[in-house]
Design a protein around this ligand. Sequence first.
Ligand code: NAP
Length: 324
Amino acid sequence: MKAIRQYTFGEPDVLQIDEVPDPQAGIGQVVVRLHAIGINPVETYIRAGIYPKPPTPFCPGNDGAGIIESIGENVTEVAVGARVYIAGSVSGTYAEKALCDVSNVHHLPERTYFAQGAAINVPYATAYQALFNRGRAEAGEIVLVHGASGGVGIAAVQLARAAGLQVIGTAGTDRGLDLVLSQGANYALDHTKEGYLDKLSKLTAGKGVDLILEMLANVNLGNDLNFLARGGRVVLIGNRGENNQGIVEINPRAVMGRDADILGMTLYNASASQLRSLHAAIVAGLENGTLQPVIGQEFSLDAAADAHRAVIDNRAYGKIVLIP
Ligand code: NAP
């Protein structure tokens, strides 16, 4: 089969296509024939070598969607031919097939097409974990999704609206703002405009927002704190910057005066029971139509390097996926 492999770390061109043996399902494992593969920013950081480096050569990727091609011994949860989305794998997902533990695959409803299936795992699991398990979101609250036009942001808008929150989302282009509104946000703000958060006071009747999901903490955290309601929470999801440092200055008084919380999160820290529960909620949302992943751009498998450039360089519009 064809697979993208990385032999070294650096610019996107280190992603090269190889011919490798087909994976074989062992005990408790399945092989998924991939119809679409999700690209996440984290894979660009690993590729560049600014995150912990896996042993080389390796096939990148956590997300994908396809059909179960074979199953190993002791697999009773899924059958050959089942439609699934993948949440992590043994072999990597930038390939025509992926080897997964059976716990990594989840039912993909008929109404969700494969490219959408590839856009589920990291974005929706992160958005769910940030909103509910870290951010303690409740119906009736107001959430600011600070960076709502990308993979995690769109997922957060859909999940929050389905759970009865009011949503204010930000984007950096007119197209992104329209997308955020079309996904159910009550209001959209342009984060490239000077003073754009000042509107929050009017939009929240002077109270401030209860929760902020922050996609670019190194730029926004200091100012976010000025717009929180009493008892408000900021969940830090994304942070970029020179050498992956992303240092930011805050005024502790803005936190103290509001009894506010600043909460970090990394999806890899989610417990097994949190993952079971959030994937059950995601599958239910896909089945009832409240969750509908948005695909911004599709690339062929051998154009993985271009897909990585697009994730980092382009303004976001939903998810970028590879089609093998
Ligand atoms: P993405 O699809 O590339 O989207 C990036 C988002 O950030 C877009 O909505 C973009 O808006 C927005 N953005 C750009 N400039 C901004 C600004 N000044 N203020 C606020 N938002 C801004 O990426 P993603 O997959 O949604 O991931 C978002 C971030 O979360 C990334 O840094 C990623 O590494 C991180 N992440 C973390 C975890 C975790 O476990 N902690 C999990 C998944 C992702 P425009 O392009 O419209 O300007």
